[in-house]
Write a protein that binds this ligand. Structure first.
Ligand SMILES: Cc1cc2nc3c(=O)[nH]c(=O)nc-3n(C[C@H](O)[C@H](O)[C@H](O)COP(=O)(O)OP(=O)(O)OC[C@H]3O[C@@H](n4cnc5c(N)ncnc54)[C@H](O)[C@@H]3O)c2cc1C
Length: 302
């Protein structure tokens, strides 16, 4: 029986682990990986203390900090979270289970899929969800990026430095920060197909063709590309907690301003929790808050 189990090893979970360790809580961090979405980020310019740092470098610094303390970390996927009638949490990872008096859910988000023919079949063979990770494989080749937010525009800008041509397929207006839009518009290598949606991805062993259609009249256009990067947003990793925690319309976990859910002893931090802004510094702040609130809860209840 642990005092606290933290689910997820992104900035929220890792920060919570440091704060919990400093309160001497018996803590277990259960995560698929250390780093979370920071692994997909080439340039971070808004985490205080670092004017510029890459995602993997910042993960290294977080990891070093977490491991300064006696950290219990298991690399597993949580498949189910339950609470017994006497208020103990059971964290199930397939056949294995862990028990704790409190839980912080910090499981973040994962990329959303397009849902068009060919997407699943060609994932890893031309279809990707992380331009930062897979972009270098497309040196000198043609690629398309789908989406109109910060991630999509940043992906197009990154790919323009590597690929021979880049199409940016966007349904409507850009929903990115003005500074990112300015950078994109100054980049002559990116051709913006505005008012288009994805229809299908085709090829042989790997991707050869991406079919898009105009939103107004359905007219199709075939793009001869070898890579399609899907950057249309993220879905929260909350499936394992359905039925226990209350979710909002985006399937994020509803929390109050102190990260508490409606379930006593259960807290949620970072991107997985309700709240409008999803950033590393905010996730880290949430993680700190959640660990301190879990500590207070333990003092009062156990
Ligand atoms: C391309 C891109 C660029 C970005 N650039 C910036 C930027 O420049 N600056 C900035 O501040 N923010 C940026 N962000 C946003 C930032 O990365 C996120 O806000 C932040 O990572 C959220 O942290 P988190 O800990 O809440 O979740 P995540 O980073 O999503 O971490 C979640 C963790 O939970 C684990 N997990 C998930 N499900 C399970 C499960 N069932 N069992 C066990 N473990 C599980 C995952 O493996 C992961 O370790 C960017 C995001 C993307 C996608």
């Amino acid at each position: 029986m642990h005092d606290l189990i933290i689910i997820g090893g992104g900035p929220a979970g890792m920060t919570a682990a440091v704060y919990a360790a400093r309160k001497m809580l018996d803590t277990l961090l259960v995560t698929k990986d250390l780093g979370g979405q920071m692994m997909w980020t080439r340039e971070i310019e808004n985490y205080l203390g670092f004017q510029y740092i890459s995602g993997p470098e910042l993960i290294g610094k977080f990891e070093e900090h977490v491991k300064r303390y006696p950290a219990n970390i298991v690399y597993e996927e949580v498949t189910r979270l339950e609470r017994t009638p006497d208020g103990i949490f059971i964290v199930r990872c397939g056949d294995r289970e862990y028990r704790a008096k409190t839980v912080i859910i910090a499981s973040g988000k994962r990329p959303r899929r397009l849902g068009v023919p060919g997407e699943i079949e060609y994932t890893g063979r031309g279809v990707g969800y992380c331009a930062t990770c897979d972009g270098p494989l497309y040196a000198g080749r043609s690629v398309a990026v789908v989406g109109g937010g910060n991630s999509a525009l940043q992906a197009a800008i990154e790919l323009a430095a590597i690929a021979s041509e880049v199409f940016l397929v966007v349904r409507g207006r850009f929903k990115a920060d003005p500074i990112v839009v300015d950078k994109l518009e100054a980049n002559r290598k990116v051709e913006v197909l505005r008012g288009y949606v994805a229809r299908g991805i085709y090829g042989g062993d790997t991707v050869e063709k991406f079919v898009v259609a105009a939103c107004d009249d359905g007219r199709e256009r075939e793009l001869a590309v070898q890579g399609v990067f899907v950057e249309i947003g993220l879905d929260p990793n909350t499936e394992f907690a359905t039925g226990l925690a209350e979710l909002n319309g985006y399937r994020e976990i509803e929390v109050d301003c102190r990260t508490a859910t409606g379930v006593p002893g259960l807290f949620a931090a970072g991107d997985v929790a309700s709240g409008p802004d999803k950033q590393i510094i905010i996730a880290a702040g949430d993680g700190a808050k959640a660990a301190l609130v879990a500590y207070e809860y333990l003092l009062r209840n156990f």
